[in-house]
Design a protein around this ligand. Structure first.
Ligand code: HEC
Length: 139
């Protein structure tokens, strides 16, 4: 009798551990993105001048194209974020903001893997820089 009870405890114990592990493992399933390999011609790109106007335009374009994944203020928590295999960096992160304009441009419009390519969706060079200008206001 005692032995059976112990067995029962073991079964429940195993289940409890499995459930606890599952709860922790599933949300952490996303891997952090590796370092970006940005070509030299992008790295050296110079941004156009940011003005309150370009930042405003950038904010609208960001809301249209980027917010669904990157979230309202760029923290990587948009509605589509949870279905991504790769974790997004917060645009508020000092390390993200320390990257040059050309690097941010490459990441934003050339992209890689789950980060979509926007070269055919956002054609206007000024619109692209406007988005970068807006992203710079998020720090
Ligand atoms: C379908 C979801 C999705 C959309 C829409 C999207 N992104 Fe991303 N983005 C990602 C993911 C996922 C990553 C991480 C990719 C990696 O590290 O390989 C990423 C990475 C980035 C990065 C590099 C920093 C980081 O988080 O690793 C920048 C900059 C970026 N995106 C800008 C933009 C901009 C600007 C737009 C809109 C024009 C946009 N993204 C739209 C999913 C998205």
């Amino acid at each position: 009798m005692k032995k059976r009870l112990l067995n029962l405890f073991n079964v429940f114990g195993t289940f409890a551990i499995a459930i606890a592990l599952f709860a922790f493992v599933v949300p952490q399933d996303q891997k952090a993105g590796a370092a970006w390999n940005v070509p030299a011609n992008y790295k050296s790109m110079k941004s156009t001048k940011a003005t309150p106007e370009t930042e405003k335009v950038g904010k609208l374009l960001y809301a249209k194209h980027c917010k669904s994944c990157h979230g309202g203020v760029g923290e990587g928590d948009g509605p589509k974020a949870a279905s991504m295999k790769t974790k997004m960096t917060s645009f508020k992160d000092a390390k993200f903001q320390a990257q040059s304009d050309g690097v941010v441009y490459y990441q934003s419009f050339v992209g890689r893997d789950e980060m979509p390519n926007f070269e055919k969706k956002i054609l206007d060079e000024e619109d692209r820089w406007a988005i970068v200008h807006y992203m710079r206001t998020l720090k």
